[in-house]
Design a protein around this ligand. Structure first.
Ligand SMILES: NC(=O)c1ccc[n+]([C@@H]2O[C@H](COP(=O)([O-])OP(=O)(O)OC[C@H]3O[C@@H](n4cnc5c(N)ncnc54)[C@H](OP(=O)(O)O)[C@@H]3O)[C@@H](O)[C@H]2O)c1
Length: 325
């Protein structure tokens, strides 16, 4: 089968087409004929050599895909060959066929194409588990998400808005800020012109912040939180090491937490999938929430897709066309 390999740690040019044997699904797994594969920032980290696949996972990049089930491993119930699914993957999505636990598959939402469905798993699993399960966001709370125009950000804005939170987002251009507000943010803050700490403090502080930036955002996030506020860290685009006055955490009863999705157990991911199917898939079926599409590239042009992602010019999700449909 055609795949895209990471030939050595490095820039986008190390992504090269290659041929590999078709993988066989193990017990509890399905094989999916990939139509579209989603591109995520962690793929670029893996390509650069700083986010290695967990033990047993494919060395090929690609954490999500949509397509048609082409084979079932032993013991799989609830799915059949020919079903159209989107799935969270342990890796291996930049390929014509991929295997993943059956419990990490979800149906393609009503009326949605496979291209859009390929954009769902990575950001919806991440946002649901961090914003709602770990962060406990409730209706009426003030929620701040950094990188509001990213794949993660566009998902977080929509879900938080539809769940009744007051949403604030940061982004780096006026166009990105407008996109955040169109998705449901009541206020998008262009961080090049305004200090998000001032804006949030004027509103009474954030009850929950979802952050992927880190660096000097860490002490600033602490200042932007309301008493009893929670900070959930999902990445450190500006680095994980900072000086922080923890007296603030104690005096204002703050919670600082975080998680990464990929190394979690298959069971933990299956539980997130169950919750998504019950709580979020009806919102996708009805069209109240939808993935924000940036641009599609052919599988062979994965290097261009990564270059676009790392330029940060995109708004929403970038996808790779593997077979179409
Ligand atoms: N913990 C987890 O389980 C998990 C899962 C998936 C993704 N993630 C992380 O979540 C983040 C977003 O992922 P994504 O796939 O949605 O990525 P993405 O679409 O590429 O978004 C990243 C965005 O962050 C903003 N940004 C702010 N500071 C930045 C900096 N110093 N360097 C680069 N970009 C910066 C950029 O927009 P501006 O123009 O506004 O700056 C950019 O669009 C990534 O860091 C990713 O690693 C974590």
């Amino acid at each position: 089968m055609r795949v895209i390999e990471i030939t050595a740690p490095g820039g986008p040019e190390v992504l090269q087409p290659a041929e590999r044997p078709v993988p066989e699904p193990g017990p509890g797994q399905v094989r999916i004929g990939v139509a579209w594969a989603g591109v995520n920032r962690p793929d670029a980290l893996q390509r650069a050599g700083s986010y290695n696949p967990p033990p047993g996972a494919s060395d090929l990049p690609g954490l999500e895909a949509a397509g048609v089930i082409s084979a079932l491993g032993s013991g799989v119930a609830g799915w059949a060959v020919g079903d159209r699914v989107c799935a969270l993957l342990p890796g291996g999505g930049y390929a014509e066929q991929v295997v993943t636990p059956a419990a990490h598959c979800l149906p393609v939402p009503a009326g949605m194409g496979l291209r859009e469905a390929a954009c769902l798993p990575e950001t919806f699993f991440t946002v649901w588990s961090n914003v709602f399960q770990r962060g406990g966001l409730g209706a009426g709370e003030r929620f701040l998400v950094h990188g509001g125009s990213s794949g993660i950000g566009t998902t977080a804005i929509q879900l938080a808005h539809v769940m009744g939170a007051r949403v604030f987002a940061t982004a780096g251009t006026a166009e990105k800020c407008a996109a955040c507000e169109a998705l449901g943010a009541e206020r998008a803050i262009n961080y090049r012109d305004e200090d998000f700490v001032d804006v949030l403090r004027e509103e009474g502080g954030a009850d929950l912040i979802l952050d992927m930036v880190g660096g000097d955002y860490l002490p600033r996030n602490v200042r932007a939180l309301a008493d009893d506020g929670r900070l959930v860290q999902i990445a450190f685009l500006q680095g994980p090491k900072v000086e922080l006055n923890f007296a603030q955490v104690m005096m204002r009863r703050l919670t600082i937490t975080g998680s990464t999705l990929r190394p979690q157990s298959d069971l933990a991911k299956a539980r997130i999938a169950e919750a998504l199917r019950e709580r979020v898939w009806p919102l996708l079926d009805s069209g109240r929430v939808a993935p924000v599409m940036d641009r599609a590239f052919d599988l062979e042009d994965a290097a261009q897709a990564h270059a676009r992602m790392e330029s940060s010019a995109h708004i929403g999700k970038i996808v790779l066309q593997v077979a179409g449909g």
